[in-house]
Structures are given as structure tokens and as C-alpha cells.
Design a protein around this ligand. Structure first.
Ligand code: FBP
Length: 558
């Protein structure tokens, strides 16, 4: 056997042919679009307001595809634009490939262009025309580097006007936005604007995010979650093997995934670490910071009594938002930032910014703020992203927790209740997982989502999210459909203002994945029940190579 090096593996991987769901196989001219009945919004909250804001796109029916003849579609020529929006997720290039192949299959004259750098590319008229030649090297690859991404929020009338002018000038018929909750909020508001202006231009979203929080009763999962959690699980599994070999360190590992703890839960299923913190559970049990620290310290002490001064702790990226006093502090900081944007932007020193914010919040909260290490306090007040989200990836909670646990252990030592050496190591696994070569699942799923989006825009549908169901079955059996974007929206406070946004899904403490987790986790605390799942398998037995997440398998009762 000749040796295969990394670049050769990538070349091999580009030859992988994604498997399409059966209904998509023959292309748009053999698909009949069926409008089903109106579907219930996922949240009852503020629906009157959503209906008022989205007058032209609210109340759309769900769409399903059936076999049929749709010859008219062959005669039309369309120009479609695609953008990546938000954080990278493995499979993004395959969405473009699916979209491209779906459009070209029905009519070679159809055109696909990609705006550069996300939606800001539309505002700046920066795009590339996509051809088979330019796309070839990106098939089944990770990253968003083909057209790059951005996080622009579309909300001003100037931005809407620029998009309209660009689409009229460039004769673009439809826009496909590949994004998470905030990016699909953009898709919803642009679809509404086009409909209100009667422009005859369509907008469709594609569910992307490694965070796993863009799911609900209609959407099973986003693409990217499968691959990213497989990459993190490989890294965490390697560390589990290492601690079990050297038996001298405690590893505190924070995993990307924004507010929700889906990534941590999935990686925990795959690796069985000793301590797993789940933000949603911390919130529901109203666990204060000192309670969280006590929980972790108690386990460290118990393991040390067994002669085990080592272990692995998994921490969700957004844990800070779930600890009640920190949550209250963040809400108040957001309000101060939102109400004093100009003043704060003119203060250059971080110390003075902290001082200003502390002067505007209660003394209880300012005491808390002043008790935090300077790094953490400054990370809490750093700029929000354009959608008003705190940049959780920049807050080094793993280091903060280590310091707090260390201090607690020192106190116990003074009382003679802990006599061992505590050697902690911190890690943050985030950006390492977002651009990996997509797993077979994500390569197939992202391609199918893109192809599905092509069918939607070719049929003149707008304000929809491309959706594929039955994902734990073999790809040929996947079901193709579309869900209206407004069905997933509610009003949320961002910084200090109410905004319509697509709802994120948090870990459901009554859901099957979490229930299975609590059945298992006690075994992991004092034992070394570690699993090291190894790298993503691209070739081999299909029960290994095509298997998707445990989370989805539990949700589907497998
Ligand atoms: P999306 O919600 O856009 O998919 O972002 C995913 C994510 O990777 C989060 O997990 C992380 O908190 C954030 O992006 C980091 O953002 P940035 O790329 O701006 O540093």
C-alpha cells in the first residue's frame, strides 16, 4: 500500500460523492412542491409582534417535496447569490456545491454567484461567479475560505436600499444565506423587505452552526455540529488517555458552542470525562458560583482520597451566562453598554470603562465585578458582536474556574482536609473544530441542504429555511422540506433593545439526551471510564463512518 500523506487524503476526500436523498436525485424538474398547512410557531411568546413586523411573510405553510413533473422550471434562467454568515462550520463548501449542482442540473444557464465576506459583500458589490472549475477543489473541504464569511446585521434602511440596488443592478433573483440563528434572522428580514417592496426576489436560509442550537421541533440539527463534536471528542479523548497514563494533572477544558451546552453534552457522550458542567442545569438549580466551585472541588477531593490526583473537566463556552449572579451582572452590563454607547466608546482605558460601568450598577453587582480577576472583568465588558451577543469565546472561564478551585483547595489544606498537589492545565478547544474536513454525515447533509435550497429558489419560494428530516436514516431516505423562518422567531432583548430573532435551542433538561447523560455521569466521576474515539473516519464500515451524533440518536429514540 502506498503511504497516504495529509494532502493526498484531502485530494481523495474531494472525490467523495455525497449521497442525495432519493427525491432530489433527478433534479428540480421531477419535483412537485406541495404547500402543507400552516405550522405552529415554536414559541408562543410575542407572536402578535412578530406577525406585525413580518406582515408579508408570516403564516406561510410548511413545504414538502413529492415526485412530479415541473417542466416550466427548465425554461427559466435564474441568477442566485449565496453568502456564508457567522462562524465557520464544516460542510459549508458542500452547501455551495449542492446549490450549484441543483441549479445547473435543471438548466446549465442558471448562474450562481458568491458574495465575499458575508452580507457585507452585497453592500460593497464584492462577489465571484462560481463555476465548476473554481468549485472543484473545495468539494468536501472544511472552512469558508471559498467566499469567506462575516457577521453583519441588516437593520438600517440604508442597508436594505443597498441590497435592493445591488440585486436590481446585478439582476440577482434569489439569495441563499448559510447561517445560524442570527444570520437566518437576517434572511427573514431581507425576505420580508423584498416581499414588502414587491421585488419578486427570494431569500432562503440554510441551517449552519457547530453550536447545535439551531434546532427545534421542525429542524433536527444544523450542519457542522457532527464534525466539530467529532474533532473535539478526538482531542478530549486524547487528553483522557494522557491523564490516565501520567496520572498527575487535572485538565479543565472549555469547549466552544456559545450559550447552549449541546457541544459539551455530545463530547461527554463520546469521551466520558470525570466532571461535566452543563450551563442549563446550573441555571435550573440556581447554582451560585461558589456552589459550582464546591461541586468541582468535592469531586477533586473524593478522587484524591482514592489516590487519583488527576481528571478531566468539561466546561461549556457560555457557562458564565448561566451562573445566576454572573447572569444578573451581564444583563446589567448590557443595559449600561446599550444606554451609554457613545460615552463608553470614548473611554479608552479599560480600568476607567470598568469604573464607569460599576458606577451605573447596584453596589452588590459592582462589588462582584470588582472581585473578578481583571482579565475576566475586561472580557465581560468587551465589544458585543453586531447582533448584540457577548463574545463568549474570549472569556477564559476555564482559567477563572481553576483559580477559584485552587483557592478553595488551599483553604481545605489549611484545615487539613486536602493534602495533595493540585496540578491543573487549562484548554480552550474552539477554532480547532470549526473548519475540519466534514464528516461523511456533514458532507452528505450540507450537500443535500444546498441542493434542497436550489429547488426552493427555483420554485420562487421565499422566507424559508431549507430543511432535511429523518437524519438518523440512510441519506437516500432523508425527507426534504422547508420551514417558514418566521415560525421560529420571537422577540428577544439584545444589549438593551428588543429585537425579532430566530430562537436558539438550549439543552432540554427533560429531553432524552440529558436524561441519558444523568443516568451515565455518576459512573464517570470516580472511575476512569474514558473513551478515546480517535479521528473522524471517512472510509470503512458504514456503521462507523456514517454514524451521526449521540444527541440526535437519543432524540430519535435509537
Ligand atoms: P455561529 O452562531 O455564527 O454559528 O457561531 C459559532 C461560533 O463558533 C460560536 O461557537 C462562537 O462563540 C463564535 O462563533 C465565535 O465567534 P467569532 O468567529 O466571531 O470569534
Amino acid at each position: 500500500m502506498p503511504r497516504i500523506d495529509v494532502s493526498e487524503l484531502q485530494v481523495e476526500r474531494q472525490k467523495f460523492k455525497p449521497i442525495l436523498p432519493k427525491i432530489l436525485k433527478n433534479g428540480a424538474e421531477y419535483i412537485k412542491v406541495v404547500k402543507c398547512k400552516f405550522i405552529e410557531p415554536i414559541s408562543n411568546q410575542s407572536q402578535y409582534e412578530i406577525q406585525r413586523i413580518f406582515k408579508n411573510t408570516y403564516g406561510f405553510p410548511e413545504i414538502v417535496f413529492r415526485k412530479g413533473i415541473n417542466i416550466a422550471i427548465k425554461r427559466k434562467t435564474v441568477k442566485v447569490a449565496v453568502v456564508f454568515s457567522g462562524g465557520q462550520a464544516p460542510g459549508g463548501h458542500n452547501v455551495i456545491c449542492g446549490l450549484f449542482d441543483g441549479l445547473k442540473k435543471v438548466n446549465k444557464k442558471n448562474i450562481l454567484i458568491g458574495y465575499i465576506g458575508g452580507l457585507s459583500g452585497i453592500l460593497k458589490n464584492e462577489f465571484k461567479v462560481i463555476s465548476e472549475r473554481t468549485l472543484r477543489n473545495y468539494r468536501n473541504t472544511g472552512g469558508f475560505d471559498f467566499i469567506t464569511s462575516g457577521r453583519t446585521k441588516i437593520e438600517t434602511s440604508e442597508q436594505f436600499n443597498l441590497i435592493k440596488e445591488e440585486f436590481l443592478r446585478n439582476k440577482v433573483d434569489a439569495l441563499v444565506i448559510v447561517g445560524g440563528d442570527d444570520s437566518n434572522t437576517n434572511a427573514a428580514v431581507i425576505a420580508e423587505y423584498f416581499a414588502k417592496e414587491d421585488l419578486n426576489k427570494y431569500v432562503v436560509g440554510v441551517p449552519k452552526t457547530i453550536d447545535g442550537d439551531l434546532k427545534n421541533k421542525y429542524i433536527e440539527t444544523s450542519f457542522g455540529f457532527d464534525t466539530a463534536t467529532k474533532i473535539y471528542a478526538e482531542l478530549v479523548g486524547n487528553i483522557c488517555k494522557d491523564v490516565n497514563s501520567s496520572r498527575k494533572y487535572w485538565h479543565f477544558i472549555r469547549l466552544m458552542g456559545r450559550s447552549a451546552s449541546h457541544v459539551v453534552l455530545e463530547v461527554a457522550f463520546k469521551t466520558h470525562p470525570n466532571i461535566v458542567l452543563i450551563g442549563e442545569e446550573i441555571l435550573s438549580k440556581n447554582m451560585t458560583l461558589s456552589k459550582v466551585i464546591k461541586t468541582v472541588t468535592d469531586i477533586i477531593v473524593k478522587r484524591s482520597q482514592l489516590g487519583k490526583n488527576f481528571g478531566v473537566v468539561l466546561i461549556p463556552e457560555g457557562i458564565i451566562e448561566f451562573i445566576p449572579e454572573m447572569r444578573e451582572l451581564l444583563v446589567n452590563i448590557n443595559n449600561v453598554i446599550g444606554n451609554n454607547t457613545k460615552i463608553i466608546s470614548e473611554i479608552y482605558s479599560i480600568d476607567q470603562k470598568i469604573e464607569f460601568i460599576c458606577s451605573k450598577i447596584s453596589s452588590k453587582l459592582s462589588n462582584l465585578m470588582n472581585s473578578l480577576p481583571f482579565d475576566i472583568a475586561s472580557q465581560l465588558i468587551s465589544d458585543r458582536d453586531p447582533h448584540g451577543n457577548i463574545r463568549l469565546s474570549l472569556i477564559e472561564t476555564e482559567k477563572f474556574l481553576i483559580n477559584m478551585v485552587h483557592a478553595k483547595l488551599l483553604k481545605l489544606r489549611k484545615k487539613g482536609k486536602y493534602q495533595y498537589k493540585f496540578s491543573p492545565i487549562s484548554h480552550f478547544f474552539g477554532y480547532e473544530g470549526r473548519c475540519g474536513i466534514p464528516s461523511n454525515f456533514d458532507a452528505n447533509y450540507a450537500y443535500a441542504l444546498g441542493y434542497n435550497a436550489a429547488i426552493l429558489v427555483l420554485n420562487g419560494l421565499t422566507g424559508y429555511l431549507s430543511n432535511i428530516k429523518n437524519l438518523t436514516k440512510f441519506p437516500k431516505q432523508w425527507e426534504c422540506c422547508a420551514v417558514p423562518l418566521t415560525t421560529m422567531m420571537a422577540i428577544e432583548k439584545r444589549i438593551s433593545k428588543n429585537k425579532p430573532v430566530i430562537q436558539k435551542s438550549m439543552v432540554d433538561l427533560q429531553g432524552k439526551p440529558f436524561i441519558n447523560f444523568i443516568k451515565e455521569r455518576d459512573k464517570w466521576i470516580l472511575n476512569e471510564d474514558y473513551i478515546s474515539p480517535g479521528p473522524i473516519q471517512y472510509f470503512g464500515p458504514s456503521n462507523i463512518t456514517n454514524m451521526t451524533t449521540k444527541t440526535l440518536q437519543y432524540e430519535k429514540k435509537l
